[in-house]
Design a protein around this ligand. Structure first.
Ligand SMILES: [Fe+2]
Length: 288
């Protein structure tokens, strides 16, 4: 990658990468890129304009993809081209839910490893995606909180987090595929996640965490709210990406949280998401 430029963001994580075509990376070039991904956790590639198939192939180099989410359009546009109803469309309820901080698939037996995400159609303003560095949040915990969270684990549930926002989906019978809503037992995950490749620890909370083993309901809710707020209170740990059509990002879901940002639902926003599957050795839930 002779002319490749990796420009770190003025944040605790993230870098903008230019001077390369994601469709044309040799194995050695990809290995360099992968190392940069582990270091920065978020790589941003402006102006790539990948086709669905090109994105699927690029994402597949990071690991196997989650079945059904290899190249999924996430948008407020129906297949017919009409805008979705902001009121009762299940996809819109999920999109609004994902405006809360979260990590993907923590509510599934396997948390996701990461995702490649790109913009096809962007609204004239807003509709950003924000990311938060949970390594930096962990590192900044006070000693008492660190000792506390090191020994705790929380249940995660998409159905629960949608219900908590009053954005319950209709499920069967709706056009929405219902991904993640039918998990029999909510996975239990430690509040501190050790990154399987870097060894760095990260706080692991987000909107899907709702119950902490060994704590009462109110106490758990209070602790999770405090940790969620703490994780994003420092702007050095948070980056909000303003999309231009053709931008591609790849994030590490093992150490970042993310959220969608609001926009005018009267304007089209069409994104393409490719979800990279977690490793069963390191991204499986605890068994109790
Ligand atoms: Fe997400």
């Amino acid at each position: 990658m002779g002319s490749v430029n990796i420009e770190p963001l003025d944040k605790s994580f993230g870098a903008v990468v230019t001077g390369l075509r994601l469709t044309e990376l040799t194995a050695a070039e990809f290995a360099d890129l992968y190392r940069a991904w582990l270091e920065y956790a978020l790589l941003i590639f402006p102006g790539q304009h990948l086709s669905d198939e090109q994105q699927r192939q690029f994402a597949g180099r990071f690991g196997s993809l989650v079945e059904g989410l290899e190249a999924l359009e996430i948008s407020n546009v129906l297949p017919s081209g009409e805008l979705r109803s902001a009121v009762d469309d299940d996809t819109m309820k999920i999109i609004r839910g994902n405006m809360q901080w979260h990590q993907d698939n923590t509510y599934m037996p396997l948390q996701a490893k990461g995702a490649v995400f790109s913009a096809k159609v962007v609204p004239a303003e807003r509709g950003d995606t924000a990311f938060a560095d949970m390594r930096a949040a962990y590192d900044a915990l006070d000693d008492e909180t660190r000792v506390l969270v090191e020994r705790l684990a929380a249940r995660h549930s998409l159905a629960h987090s949608q219900r908590a926002l009053n954005e319950e989906t209709k499920g069967a019978g709706s056009e929405y595929m219902g991904y993640g809503l039918d998990v029999a037992e909510s996975p239990l995950r430690p509040l501190v996640k050790v990154h399987p490749e870097t060894g760095r620890k990260a706080l692991a909370v987000g909107r899907h965490a709702y119950a902490v083993e060994g704590l009462g309901e109110a106490e758990a809710a209070k602790l999770l709210e405090r940790l969620n707020d703490f994780a994003v209170h420092n702007e050095h740990w948070v980056y909000q990406h303003r999309w231009h059509a053709g931008d591609v990002v790849v994030w590490d879901n093992r150490c970042l949280m993310h959220r969608a940002c609001d926009w005018d639902f009267g304007q089209k926003r069409v994104m393409l998401h490719s979800r990279i599957a977690g490793d069963p050795v390191s991204e499986a839930a605890l068994v109790r």
